[in-house]
Design a protein around this ligand. Structure first.
Ligand SMILES: Cc1cc2nc3c(=O)[nH]c(=O)nc-3n(C[C@H](O)[C@H](O)[C@H](O)COP(=O)(O)OP(=O)(O)OC[C@H]3O[C@@H](n4cnc5c(N)ncnc54)[C@H](O)[C@@H]3O)c2cc1C
Length: 399
C-alpha cells in the first residue's frame, strides 16, 4: 500500500486542502493532523459573531466529523506533529507515533504573539477555545483594555462595545491598523470607534499590566477588569525549520507552493511566497482558502503557479472594510453615496492594481468584486471617472 498524503495543521488552509484532495478525486489514504481538538474551522467569526454569542463552532466549521469520516479523511485531533524527517518521508506525532508520507501540506498557521509575563487577566485571541474564554468574561460594564489597534484588537473592541463593555484601545503607533491600511481608512476607523464610545489612545506604550490595571509608560494608570492583547501573530515555522526547510518570515515556497523539501507544500498564514517579486505572508481568510486548495491541486501533480489576487475584510460595528489586490503609491478616492469611501490603486500605466473600501454594512462588497474584475481584465481607466461616484464601475467591464 502506498504512503498517505498528510496535511499538517487542521485549520482553514489545512481543512480546505484535505477537502479539495477528495473533491479532485484523490482516493488514497488521507490524514489530517491538528493540535486543536476541533474539526477545521474558519477564524473570522472568533472576533465577531462567535465572540458576540450569535454563532457557535458548528457555524464556523468547514465540515463536521461525520463528513470527514464519509470522505475517508482520517482526522487526528489534539495531537501535534512534533517532527518532520524529509529525508525518510516520515513524520512523528506528539504521542510518539511515526507515519510515512507520500506528500505533505504544511498548514500550521500561527499563534497569538504573547507578552513576556503570563497574567491571569490577560487574554489572547487566535483559537476557538480562546474566543470562548474571552466570551465568558465580557459582560455589560466589564472594563476592558485592548492592547493593539490592529484588526483583532479593533474587532474585539467593537464586539465588546456591543456587549456593553467599557473599552479602551491602546495603540503604540500613530494610527490604527497602520501596518496594512492607508491613513484615510485609519482615520475612519478612529472616528467610528470614538463615536461608539471607545477610548482610543494612539502613540502610547504599556509599561506593565497589573491584576486590576494597566500602567502606561507616561505614568497613567488605567483601571480594568480584563486585558486583551492583539499585537499580531507568530507563524508556526518551528517544525519546518527543525526539519531543515527554508524558512524566512514563514515557510518559504516557490510559485507552485513547494517548499525546499521534496513533496512538501505550504499554505495559509505560515506560507511565505513571492507576491509582486517580494517574499511575504498573507494572514487572511482568502489566502488560506486559495492556498489550501492550490497546494492540494499541486500535490496531485497539476503544477499550477499560484497567482491569486489577495484581499481581506473586517467588520466593525455596522461598518465593513474590504480590500482587493495590492496598494500602490498612486491612489485615487471616491466618496460613496451611502457613506464611506472607495480607494483605487493604480500602476504607472493607469491600470488598477488594488482597491480598498469602507462603507456601512456589506455595501462595499459589490464595488470590491467589480474592482477585482477590473484588475484581472486590465482595462484602461479614466482617473476622472474613477473619482466620480456617478460613474458605475460596471461601465468599463461592459466595454
Ligand atoms: C480572531 C480572528 C479574526 C480574523 N478575522 C479575519 C477577517 O475578518 N478577514 C480575513 O480575511 N481574515 C481574518 N482572520 C485571518 C484568518 O482567519 C487566517 O488568515 C486563517 O485562519 C489562516 O488559516 P491557516 O489554516 O493558515 O491557519 P490556522 O487557521 O491558524 O490553522 C493552523 C492550524 O494548525 C495547527 N497547528 C500548528 N502547528 C501544528 C503542528 N505542529 N501539528 C498539528 N497542528 C498544528 C494550529 O493549532 C491550527 O489549528 C482572522 C483571524 C483571527 C484569529
Amino acid at each position: 500500500m502506498s504512503a498517505p498524503l498528510i496535511i499538517v495543521g487542521a485549520g482553514h488552509a489545512g481543512g480546505r486542502a484535505a477537502l479539495t484532495l477528495r473533491e479532485e478525486g484523490y482516493d488514497g489514504r488521507l490524514i489530517l493532523i491538528g493540535d486543536e481538538p476541533h474539526v477545521p474551522y474558519e477564524r473570522p467569526p472568533l472576533s465577531k459573531a462567535l465572540l458576540q454569542g450569535s454563532l457557535d463552532l458548528a457555524g464556523c466549521s468547514l465540515c463536521d466529523s461525520a463528513r470527514l469520516a464519509e470522505l475517508g479523511i482520517e482526522h487526528i485531533a489534539g495531537n501535534a506533529v512534533s517532527r518532520l524527517v524529509p529525508q525518510h518521508q516520515q513524520l512523528q506525532l506528539a504521542d510518539g507515533r511515526w507515519l510515512d508520507y507520500a506528500g505533505v501540506v504544511l498548514a500550521t498557521g500561527g499563534r497569538a504573539r504573547r507578552l513576556p509575563q503570563a497574567q491571569a487577566n490577560v487574554l489572547y485571541l487566535r483559537t476557538h477555545d480562546e474566543a470562548l474564554a474571552l466570551r465568558a468574561t465580557l459582560r455589560a460594564g466589564t472594563r476592558l483594555v485592548v492592547v493593539g489597534g490592529g484588526f483583532i484588537g479593533l474587532e474585539v473592541a467593537a464586539t465588546a462595545r456591543g456587549l456593553g463593555c467599557v473599552v479602551t484601545v491602546l495603540e503604540a503607533g500613530p494610527r490604527l491598523a497602520g501596518r496594512v491600511l492607508p491613513p484615510i481608512i485609519s482615520e475612519a476607523l478612529l472616528k467610528v470607534h470614538r463615536e461608539q464610545g471607545v477610548d482610543v489612545r494612539l502613540n502610547v506604550a504599556v509599561e506593565c499590566i497589573h491584576a486590576d490595571s494597566v500602567q502606561l509608560v507616561d505614568g497613567q494608570t488605567l483601571p480594568c477588569d480584563l486585558v486583551v492583547v492583539g499585537i499580531g501573530m507568530q507563524p508556526n515555522v518551528e517544525l519546518a525549520a527543525a526539519a531543515g526547510l527554508e524558512v524566512g518570515q514563514g515557510i518559504r515556497v516557490d510559485e507552485y507552493l513547494r517548499t525546499s523539501a521534496a513533496n512538501i507544500y505550504a499554505a495559509g498564514d505560515v506560507c511565505e511566497f513571492r507576491l509582486g517579486g517580494v517574499y511575504q505572508r498573507q494572514e487572511t481568510w482568502r489566502n488560506a482558502e486559495a492556498q489550501g486548495r492550490h497546494a492540494a491541486l499541486n500535490l496531485l501533480g497539476r503544477a499550477l503557479p499560484f497567482d491569486a489576487v489577495p484581499g481581506f475584510w473586517s467588520d466593525q460595528y455596522d461598518w465593513g472594510l474590504q480590500t482587493v489586490g495590492v496598494m500602490t503609491p498612486r491612489m485615487l478616492s471616491r466618496a460613496l453615496p451611502q457613506g464611506g469611501v472607495l480607494l483605487f490603486y493604480l500602476d504607472a500605466d493607469g491600470y488598477l492594481q488594488g482597491a480598498c473600501g469602507w462603507a456601512p454594512g456589506n455595501s462595499v462588497a459589490k464595488d470590491i468584486k467589480l474592482c477585482e474584475r477590473l484588475i484581472l481584465a486590465r482595462v484602461a481607466l479614466s482617473t476622472a471617472d474613477l473619482a466620480d461616484p456617478a460613474v458605475s464601475l460596471k461601465h468599463w467591464l461592459r466595454g
